[in-house]
Every structure is written in C-alpha cells, then in structure tokens.
Design a protein. Structure first.
Length: 190
C-alpha cells in the first residue's frame, strides 16, 4: 500500500522531500499518536520572483481512515505557524492543508490543497490531483511500482501555473521515491 502520509503509525518518524525546479518542500514528522504527528516544514521557492523561504512547525491530523477488505481511504488536515523570509524581509507565516486519498493494491486517487501565506508575500497555493495504477501487484516485501497522472495548479508560478504530466512511483519496504515531469519539462523528484 501507499506509505506517503503526513501521519504514520504511533512512534514513526517520516522524512518527505518534494522537489521541483522552482520549489522544494521538506518535511520531518514524528507520529506521537496513530492520528497525530508533529514536525516541521521547510519550503523554498522562486515562483514569485525573489527566493522565498518558509520554516513552519506543524501539526498533522488523520481526520478519518476507512479500512476495507480491499481498499483504504484517508482524510488529513495539517497546518502551523512559523516564519517566512523574502530578500531581507522576515514575516510571520502560516500553512494550512487538506489531503485525501483512496487506494487498492491496483488503483490510487488523491487530492490535496495547500496554502502558505505571509503578510506582504504572494500566497503560495498548491492544488494537486493524482490518479494512478499499479502495472502489477507484488508481494509485501517486493518492489512496488505505480504509474500516475498528476495535475498541479500553482497560481503564483510565473513559469507554469498548470502542470500536467506522468509520475512514476516506486516503494520498497519503508522507502518511497517518485520521478516525474510536466508537459513543459518541469521535473519533480520526491
């Protein structure tokens, strides 16, 4: 099953890195309950022009999980308050997000909306939808792969605000990695 969630099992540490040409988002999270994690989000982007940095401590909450015989679905909300920096300006910054997914061992659908805001900064909104399938269903300890179609809408991106393209996902035991590219050549490595 897909293991890229903002809340994992109780006692789990997660490091997630979402990297694109004009933005990176690195997250370090500790799940202190099966429905709650605490951590930090470091974001660097160049979408608005000048480089911007955000460092935001955050709380993530698994609102609900549906476990069925052949599928699982989740709803998460997360957010926090921290600091943003652009050139020599520092501002209080806030982040809020909602994320939902549904998956079987063969099919996967997810969507999320994230907003990062600071006074006098252009808001960084990221909206993402994904749908994918596994070309084969492997055993628990085998390498798993997924082919995913991804659509992102990032209004503040001067270069490519709508990004559509394929993503290839692989995971083995507790490691998950993805590579993808938009139709206009904007790569992502997660």
């Amino acid at each position: 099953q897909n293991k890229k969630h903002p809340v994992a099992f109780k006692g789990a540490w997660s490091f997630m890195a979402f990297n694109q040409k004009d933005m990176l988002d690195w997250q370090l999270l500790y799940s202190f309950e099966r429905t709650l994690s605490l951590g930090g989000d470091f974001i660097h982007d160049t979408m608005e022009g000048p480089e911007r940095y955000f460092l935001i401590p955050r709380l993530s909450w698994l609102v609900h999980r549906w476990n069925r015989k052949d599928s699982q679905a989740n709803i998460y909300v997360y957010g926090g308050a921290g600091i943003g920096k652009k050139e020599l300006e520092y501002r209080m910054a806030g982040e809020g997000a909602i994320e939902a997914d549904w998956e079987t061992r063969k099919y996967y659908i997810s969507g999320k909306a994230t907003v990062v805001a600071a006074k006098d900064f252009q808001t960084l909104d990221v909206y993402q939808f994904r749908a994918g399938f596994a070309p084969y269903v492997g055993e628990f300890d085998h390498l798993h792969s997924w082919l995913i179609a991804q659509v992102q809408y990032i209004p503040s991106s001067r270069e490519e605000s709508v990004r559509i393209g394929p993503v290839m996902r692989f995971f083995y035991k507790s490691a998950l990695w993805e590579v993808g590219v938009s139709a206009r050549g904007n790569w992502n490595l997660n």
